[in-house]
Design a protein around this ligand. Sequence first.
Ligand code: FES
Length: 111
Amino acid sequence: MQTWIKIGLLSDIPRLGSRTIETEQGQVAVFRTSDDEVFAMFNRCPHKGGPLSEGIVSGRVVACPLHNWVIDLATGEATAPDKGCTRTVPSRLVDGAVWLELKAGRQVSHG
Ligand code: FES
């Protein structure tokens, strides 16, 4: 069962940056755009597993630090001509707090 879990504050995430959260299913990268939108996805590039949390955020995409694939933050899809998809995690911003929809009972720790 999925449930919404509060993982911290928007202000904990640098603008045009990210922070990582450990979950039982793997590390999740939580991104903040320049206009304070929040997106989350597993921290593995669909190309060769590069750490997307260390990539450059611009607009609503992140460029992987390893080989520069550009991943759409909303869908997790690589932009053409590259093909691949990273699983996204539903996220929500409520009164300055960031919530992710994760499996109920899952251990979450902040990275
Ligand atoms: S691992 Fe991300 S572009 Fe190659």
